[in-house]
Design a binder for this molecule. Structure first.
Ligand code: SF4
Length: 445
């Protein structure tokens, strides 16, 4: 059976669908990408903001229109919060988040898929990775969250925190390594709380130690971590080069008064302390973050404080969100709604600052060598322009001869230039072209 899996939203959503694709493939189904015919589509929705909900609806409509004969199955946070609205978009089956883990079995029970007819594992391509699925494996190790940040709807959709067992995760990582994946990204709604529901005070540290000791995974990356979950001792694990020098620490606001209304368990002082501890121990560390602008009660002075803190923290990348109230959250009923025009202006200023910080961080690597996991290529002259990610989460592009295939390999690149959104690198396979000539082709990006 030809099955397409798709998702929008966080890395956790991506991880869930990657894992689902692997399970379907192992059962003998063919995983197809966009543009290929499909008999069944599973789409994982998001509801973290109004925009994400709207986009979820839009994608469902598109899928229904473009693949009219496929069975359409929809799950994820938007489907969980609005099942009737989801169904009304022409969806054949809405699956709650609690049943997501057992989708292959559920779909077989409901008659949506027949047991796989192909040879188990035959859907894997020559490198062991799945067509239509990325080269990095997003691995869900935890779900749910016990915090109650006042803007967050995700806890309503995902429930309380629960962790998988270390033994089960180790087994899955070994399988991923056997399949050829070079990088595993550990994901969870509240990854830093990993293991606490099993009584482990420092569960994430234990998990990382076990992964490094018991598997040959070439690269491990951590997805989003709440700053209050981290203790400086965790960063000692980065002495192993397989743990990648990138942290995503959601700040949400750089103003203590706003943070208090958001019910975040952190402050400027605590956030700075953990950032300094991480930078002391992890060379070349990239720290990205999320920031909300226009939270209820955020006056001009609070916004300026937040902006200053973001600037002084020198993040490598910012994800900026305009606050929008979500029914069912505490913040939705808070007074002090910010004028939409002011929210737009704040968002633009924060975005501009993000671009500045991003450029500054990237330029610091010109003239240096970075290890890159090469992911995809597009035709370029007589060769190909390859794109990949460095350990500290910088996009690097290089040009190589047509016969070279860098996909899913880790190879160094010497960084020779920076442009918006990416670095130019020369890899061992690079050809001499004008891609790297000063001022050339920058406009192409
Ligand atoms: S830590 Fe806060 S923002 Fe993150 S999932 Fe939990 S409640 Fe939501």
């Amino acid at each position: 059976m030809r099955i397409r899996v798709d998702s929008i939203g966080c890395r956790l959503n991506i991880g869930e669908m990657d894992a689902l694709a692997r399970r379907f493939a192992v059962k003998g189904h063919r995983i197809v990408g966009p543009g290929e015919g499909a008999d069944l589509v599973v789409f994982n929705t998001c509801a973290v903001t109004h925009i994400a909900s709207r986009k979820s609806r839009k994608v469902i409509r598109q899928l229904r229109r473009t693949i009219p004969n496929a069975k359409l199955v929809v799950t994820g946070c938007y489907a969980e919060l609005s099942p009737a609205a989801t169904k009304s978009l022409g969806v054949d089956l809405v699956v709650p988040n609690t049943d997501k883990e057992r989708l292959p079995e559920l779909l077989t029970e409901r008659g949506f898929i027949a047991p796989g007819e192909a040879v188990p594992g035959a859907a894997l391509d020559h490198q062991g990775t799945l067509p239509g699925v990325r080269t990095r494996a997003f691995l869900k190790v935890q779900d749910g969250c016990n915090n109650r940040c006042t803007f967050c709807i995700i806890t309503v959709a995902r429930g309380d925190a629960r962790s998988r067992s270390v033994a089960e995760i180790i087994e899955e990582v070994r399988d991923l390594v056997r399949l050829g994946y070079q990088e595993v990204v550990l994901t969870g709604v509240h990854l830093g709380s990993f293991g606490r529901d099993h009584g482990a005070a420092h569960g994430l540290e234990g998990l990382l130690r076990a992964l490094l000791r018991d598997t040959d995974v070439p690269r491990v990356r951590l997805s989003s971590l709440e700053p209050w979950d981290l203790r400086p001792e965790l960063f000692d694990l980065w002495s192993d080069p397989r743990v990648l020098p990138h942290l995503h620490l959601p700040l949400q606001s750089g103003c203590d008064a706003t943070l208090a209304r958001m019910a975040r368990n952190t402050s400027q002082r605590e956030f700075s302390a953990i950032v300094h501890a991480a930078r002391d121990r992890i060379p070349d560390l990239g720290i990205s973050t999320d920031v909300i602008v226009g939270f209820p009660g955020e006056c001009d002075a609070e916004f300026e404080e937040s902006l200053d803190f973001v600037r002084s923290t020198e993040f490598s990348r910012l994800h900026v969100f305009r606050y929008s109230p979500r029914e069912g959250t505490a913040a939705a009923t808070m007074p002090g709604r910010v004028d939409p025009q002011a929210v737009t202006e704040r968002s633009e200023r924060m975005h501009r600052l993000g671009a500045e910080l991003d450029t500054r961080f990237r330029r610091g690597f010109v003239g240096r060598d970075l290890e890159v996991l090469w992911e995809s290529s597009e035709p370029f002259g007589d060769g190909a322009r390859w794109s990949g990610l460095s350990g500290n989460y910088l996009r690097v592009v290089t040009d190589v001869p047509a016969e070279a295939d860098l996909r899913n390999t880790i190879q160094p690149a010497t960084i020779v230039g920076a442009m918006p959104g990416a670095l130019y690198g020369r890899s061992a396979s690079s050809v001499e072209t004008d891609l790297f000539a000063p001022g050339q082709r920058v406009a192409a990006y």
